[in-house]
Ligand binder design. Structure first.
Ligand code: FE
Ligand code: FE
Ligand code: ZN
Length: 303
């Protein structure tokens, strides 16, 4: 099992700090944003402490991590040409940063059509990915753009495997694409993650072989199947539930697939701000395979 979580990358330690954080949770893998997920300000690659981070990864036996593109990138936008152009330029740079950092997987939200309709949105995403791939040479080590399965909130593209397959169909070199499966998003998009994950994978394989899954975002959901909402819950504290999520981590098909928790931070007792990372405890609980009803209290007590 390759289990980890998203970690920060900031301050003077940057990527080294990300690895330290992952190690502190007992993670075997992790995910980083190359800067704040909601903006495009980025430090130069030379300032990220990449070498030191990799040295610590080797020491800790971490062999793989993934990068997430900022969610303001919207390749599907046909309404505002500047948004689309920024998305193309930024995604090209983000692929190069991912390569320089030593990761093979860049997770991308396909985009939102912002009212223009699915067909226009999908066509624009295809155009954008073709432009980006034409700009960025494959190089010595391939970086895959992993399209994330989305909840279908607002006008999001990628709420179904069929929509993701239509993107693959249009992209000239779709050997540069992979998929990131988010269990909260799948649930919210209407797939029966809780009741029948076998059938979810069966539907997936109508469009893609299972080896197209580059990583899994392992999240519970605050909302019921098909709600189209996208609000993550702590593992076992949502509508997907512990048993279903634990079963995903045990699937032989995913033995080598990075599984990344993006579950919410927990507030201190009597506080409203969520500033306690739940990951060490959630990772332990998933490894042990036994649900802890008092997990949130355990996190609070340790703080
Ligand atoms: Fe995401
Ligand atoms: Fe996700
Ligand atoms: Zn989400």
């Amino acid at each position: 099992m390759k289990l980890g979580c998203h970690v920060g990358m900031s301050g003077s330690e940057m990527f080294l700090g990300s690895v330290k954080e992952a190690v502190s949770y007992g993670a075997d893998t992790f995910m980083v944003y190359t800067g704040a997920p909601q903006n495009t300000r980025r430090k130069a690659v030379g300032e990220l402490k990449i070498e030191a981070g990799h040295a610590l990864m080797r020491e800790a036996g971490i062999t793989e991590f993934v990068v997430h593109a900022p969610y303001i990138i919207n390749l599907a936008n046909t309404v505002n040409p500047e948004t689309y152009q920024l998305a193309v330029e930024f995604l090209a740079k983000e692929m190069q940063r991912t390569h320089a950092m030593g990761s093979q997987t860049l997770v991308l939200h396909p985009g939102s059509h912002v009212g223009a309709g699915e067909d226009a949105g999908i066509a624009q995403i295809v155009k954008g990915l073709n432009e980006v791939f034409a700009q960025v040479p494959v190089g010595d080590r391939k970086v895959y753009v992993a399209l994330e399965t989305m909840a279908g909130k607002g006008s999001e593209i990628g709420r179904s495997f069929e929509e993701l397959a239509r993107i693959y169909d249009g992209v000239a070199d779709n050997s540069r694409l992979k998929i990131c499966m988010d269990t909260c998003h799948l649930n919210d998009a209407g797939y029966p993650v809780r009741e029948d994950f076998d059938s979810v994978l069966e539907k997936f394989t109508r469009y893609f072989p299972l080896n197209q899954i580059a990583c899994i975002h392992l999240n519970d959901s605050m909302n019921p199947q098909g709600s189209g909402k996208d609000r993550h819950a702590n593992v076992g504290f949502g509508e997907v539930g512990f048993d279903a999520l634990c079963a995903v981590t045990r699937r032989p098909e995913f033995a080598n697939t990075p599984m990344i928790l993006e579950t919410p931070y927990v507030p201190k007792v009597g506080s409203k701000t969520r500033d306690l990372a739940p990951y060490k405890h959630e990772i332990q609980m998933l490894r042990e395979g036994v649900f802890r009803e008092n997990l949130i209290e355990q996190i609070q007590n340790e703080a």
